[in-house]
Ligand binder design. Sequence first.
Ligand code: SF4
Ligand code: SF4
Length: 141
Amino acid sequence: MNIPAFPSIDITTETITNNKCERCTNSTCCTYVTQQIDVPRSKYSFEILLWQVSHRGVGVYKDEDGWFVIFDTPCSHLEVDGRCGIYEDRPAICRTHENDFCEYDAPAEDGFDLYFPDYPTLLAYCKNRFKKWSTGNPAPA
Ligand code: SF4
Ligand code: SF4
């Protein structure tokens, strides 16, 4: 669920497609948040990302909309049965999230061009991308 901006759709047409959400017990869309970031180009930018993905539950991916940091952390309002505990007052982002093709249909990773769920995967990418990659004393660029 990439959410760089509020979608401009009618919230009355919100998420109920073929009662899919009623049948979805994992509610995967409620188990993470994402934040779009500037396209990383410099070694320093990747050093920052390496620090971020070193934390449990933090990853980085790139898809057709750009680069994102993803935090795998369930919403505090998600109930054990997969329902929203604040359904009537849930944020607009939740109200406008469409389920026409969502994690119920396929893992979000299937749509990623690049995916770095942890430090080793991103470090391998850095070493391949920057021929003279070395960790230590990165200069802001
Ligand atoms: S993952 Fe899809 S089907 Fe499941 S609750 Fe979220 S939007 Fe509904
Ligand atoms: S507020 Fe409700 S709908 Fe929104 S992420 Fe949390 S549990 Fe899901």
